[in-house]
Design a protein around this ligand. Sequence first.
Ligand code: G3H
Length: 525
Amino acid sequence: MGIPEKYKINSLLHQKHYLVNGELIEWSGDTSSVLSTISSTKEYKQTVLGTIPQLGEKQALEALDSACNAYDMGKGVWPTMKVEGRISAMENFVAKMKTKREGIVKLLMWEIGKTLPDSEKEFDRTVDYIYDTIEDYKKMDRNSAKFEKNSGVYAHVRRGPLGVVLCLGPYNYPLNETFALLIPALIMGNTVVFKPAKHGVLLISPLVEIFRDCFPKGVVNIIYGRGRLLASPIMRTGKIDVLALIGHSTSAKALQSLHPRGNRLRLVLGLEANNPAIVLPDADLDLAINECIAGAMSFNGQRCTALKVLYVHESIVDEFNKRFSEKVDLLKFGNPWEEGVKLTPLPEVGKPDYIQELIDDALNKGGEIINKKGGERSENYIFPSVIYPVNKQMRVFHEEQFGPITPIVSFSNINEPLNDMAESNYGQQVSVFGSDAKTISPLIDTLVNLVCRVNLNSSCQRGPDVYPFTGRKDSAVATLSVHDALRSFSIRTFLAMKDTPYNNAILQDLLDKKTSNFISTDYIL
Ligand code: G3H
């Protein structure tokens, strides 16, 4: 099928600059091509979208210096700015960002293969996230716009920034998840070095100048190149206060281990999960199947909240498997802009081969592909395979596959999935399908202690973004919701003074003259 005119790639996007110290610096060194696994021609060929700079250690450290100078040991313009000032910078940013929707949505489709409705949703959700963050920050500020007195000591308690943040986002939500780190980090007064994800990098280009124009110099620094090559020397300096990363726990561990001053480093990490669904004998099967399809298949399973293993009670497993497999085979594969498309090209060239390895391993260990189209290959895709029966010897049972393959395990006793969850290195979310309150209640009481969100008769998901998004074990460090993220990127800090006439006169003067940006009892509208 032809590509609609408005989605064609008619010119290449060469990202020639990187942002350091408030300047767009032109790069004349090595560049790398940004390729899409979507073909523009009838004969399959990857599409070249443009190029990005391949910066090195020197530029990475310059970006770090720029962020450190902008923070200036807490004396910088941004960390000491009045809350209203930071809010107005953010309002300015989001207003300008909104004008770039069309271009960013198009790049989301080409760079990571996300469907048109989901790409639009990613953009709109991010804009909403920024507005919600601003509102929440105002609320937080209003709640602290006061003095309290205990045991003869006055206190004015607020939240202050942590310092310099290294921000690394993931390819599956290169805009939304990255900004869910970047925006709260910035609004709380931190300064940032930001490296866009490997896939989903050009879509940041329309925003680079806006970052430069809306924030004081050095507050946002954007660098391009290979993650390890840039992030490792930055971490080794020991100057990073917060590692904010959405990605894999192995990358997070490797980076945090490079930091020489462990207790200085705060972590805000959203990592992998292996979220299970548990389908009980009395579950509404239509509902369970629809939710499991959405949970396992949306964006081809490339979501950290995706359902990665389905535990189905042995009494209903045959019926479940039959209906689930038929539904999977009905999902339409195509390019992201095609009407009704649910499955789309995988952005990682090696992903179909990796999924194939998991399939072959499972087949060798007694599993079968139970849906007709499972494993069908094309140049940029491998159709979702439903694998049954799955046992613990199989790689697909343990590895967060992050792609189109769904293992099904049957169980007779509820302790089987519970024990597996307890043994697992992950603990983000679970879905439970059933209707009997007597069975579900004790299960919920246990599951909430194994993961951080129990989804009753619904698939796992992060949203709505006001709810806490976190995980146990290797699945997360710190909590990200609109509100919690503001807390994760800040620390309580306060002015305290004994209640004496001498101090009170000084304080009154401070309040009257409004000379401190920190001390304020103003109500921000
Ligand atoms: O990749 C992980 C995302 O946070 C999942 O978010 O549940 O809204 O797709 P989502």
